[in-house]
Design a protein around this ligand. Sequence first.
Ligand code: 1QQ
Length: 407
Amino acid sequence: MTNINLSIIKHKHNKDGVFVTMKKGFIKKWVTGLTIGALLLTTAGCGGGGTAPAANNDSKGEAAKIGVIAYLTGGGAAYGTAIKEGLDLAKDEINAQGKVQIELIYTDSRGEKTEAINAANKLINKDNVVGIIGPTLSGEMFAAGPIANQAGVPIMGTSTTAEGIPALGDFVFRNALPEFLAVPQAVEKAISTYDLKKVAVMYSNNNDWAVSGYKTIESTLKKNGVEIIATETFADKDTDYSAQLTKIASLKPDAVMVSSLYQEAALVLKKAREIGITVPFVGTNGFNSPELIKIAGPAADGAIVASPWFPGKADEKVQKFIADYKAKYNNKVPDQFAAQAYDALYLYASALEQAGTTTDRQKLRDAIATIKDFQGVTGKFAFDENREPVMNATVLIIKDGQFTELK
Ligand code: 1QQ
């Protein structure tokens, strides 16, 4: 008998579809030993003394083809590059372990919805993949997810954190920490640490995920009685933020909260520090790339973000992953995007193994949906009844160019 703890997180949505409350329960569940996959050996026709077929496996030892849609080139390429590195490392390990074989077929969606749609169609109809990992951006998932769902192909975002992703359909999953879980933790931690009373908010208004993150920031601030003294918008790929930041500087907020990808966030931070805004910044998932620090330099210091990934964790599995990743990638430390992609491929591998197939999309989907007590490098993981991830976050602050835990 195994004693496992499951952390159940419940969420509700208000009339605007915005997450408003979260309740954490802690239950203990006794799990009896499972008898996994009784061997189905047919005696009929075995008289010839041939080798028995692989038990409970319809694929005769072929590799499972998993398609990947990632933001590999363009302004957000650091996200997709990290995702690819995490996936490649996991694939090597899984194939060496030998329980299932995986082939990854990559497509580059460049952060564009139309490219993500084209990639999904190619992977589903031409490459005949059993499942898809990606796309990188929630906006791309809103475009490509329904296509995979319609075709009955499981699709799992590893970095898609906007509200409403699994609601796209039964075949749509994510193992990314949704903003409705991450943002309240980061924002509330900042409120209590810095005694915030009035803040300014900025977000990219042509990016579905950034808008969703902004809405969660806004509802969290309202819930905590913090006044929003300015709300400024911009667009992905903008390079000049002086108008918005000059206005914000004149209002003297206690903090600035920004929902955008790393490129835009880094330029916002640089400009803000340049014109004398020294207050803390709180970000959404876009802040989780070390590329933010690379571009912004010392201006990134003091930025706060929640993440399920923290390389400083003493956990043995985490430290082994970091060591193996550094060995494979020239001493590079894995970021959150690499870690979530790494976990996602292990989720697929364990579901493929459990389903006993490398080709049956429906069986694979059903096996993924039942994952309850997965232990990844981003911590304990389960899907809830809405296929939303159940996982924990750490609130991080950038100090001296490093993500450190904000305690
Ligand atoms: C989303 C995100 C981005 C930050 C992924 C790179 O969280 O689009 O959902």
